[in-house]
Ligand binder design. Structure first.
Ligand code: MG
Length: 238
């Protein structure tokens, strides 16, 4: 009798599950409804983006921007130092366009070098990597000294490049220990060059990555002494 009851229960359970998965409505999710966003063209900012125009940037300690600004294009002014967004960011989608100088000067790391630092720590290399060999994990689109790009999608000197970056910030516990890494996806001129790449830590010139804890932080553009230009920068917080 007990066995019979158990079998009965199992039959009811099976029927219940079976009934659920044959009902198409059971697997429909209606809430929340994803917010409607009007897409731009390939490069134009979508409606919910924060525009990172010239007025979004400052030097160290909030000093006014000294890089050259003309028609919305910001160009590194050698020796003035890096620039930083006024606003801090975590997870984000970042679009920017950059151009190495048309007149070729220097070679390797000395040619068209700048960089985009997510959370002021993790550099996506900006470099004139058009017919300009350097170490692979230091060429354009590398996560500097960590991860080489999948391909070299570089435009010739003097022509614009786009970077579309999807960035997931790292997380730290209350003791300051990293419990999950940052991840980054990068498209260079629309070509996938970093595919959900784990960021192992900071991206120093000398030495290995480090993982000091941090919260949301600014985006930095590097002054490496070369007049690299930037335009049409926008960011979406995720
Ligand atoms: Mg650099």
């Amino acid at each position: 009798m007990k066995k019979l009851f158990l079998l009965f229960c199992l039959a009811i359970l099976y029927y219940g599950i079976h009934a659920q998965i044959t009902d198409p409505v059971a697997t429909e999710v209606w809430e929340p409804e994803p917010k409607a966003v009007h897409p731009g063209s390939v490069t134009a900012a979508p409606s919910d983006a924060v525009i990172l125009g010239p007025d979004a940037w400052v030097h160290k300690d909030g000093a006014a921007l000294q890089w050259d600004v003309a028609d919305g294009v910001i160009t590194v002014k050698k020796g003035t130092g890096a620039i930083f967004t006024k606003e801090k960011f975590g997870d984000c989608q970042l679009h920017l366009e950059w151009r190495a100088p048309k007149v070729i000067e220097g070679k390797g790391q000395g040619r068209g070098n700048s960089g985009v630092f997510l959370q002021n720590r993790y550099e996506v290399q900006v470099l004139d990597s058009y017919l300009n060999r350097t170490y692979s994990n230091g060429q354009a689109g590398s996560i500097y000294k960590q991860s080489l790009p999948l391909v070299n999608a570089m435009s010739p000197p003097g022509e614009w490049n786009t970077y579309d970056i999807i960035y997931e910030e790292p997380h730290f516990n209350a003791d300051g220990i990293k419990v999950s890494s940052a991840y980054i996806t990068v498209l260079h001129n629309g070509v996938l060059i970093q595919n959900h790449t784990e960021i192992k830590g900071t991206t120093p010139y000398i030495g290995l990555p480090k993982n000091p804890p941090h919260e949301d932080d600014v985006i930095q553009l590097q002054d490496h002494g070369n007049p690299v230009s930037f335009r049409n920068m926008w960011i979406r917080k995720l």
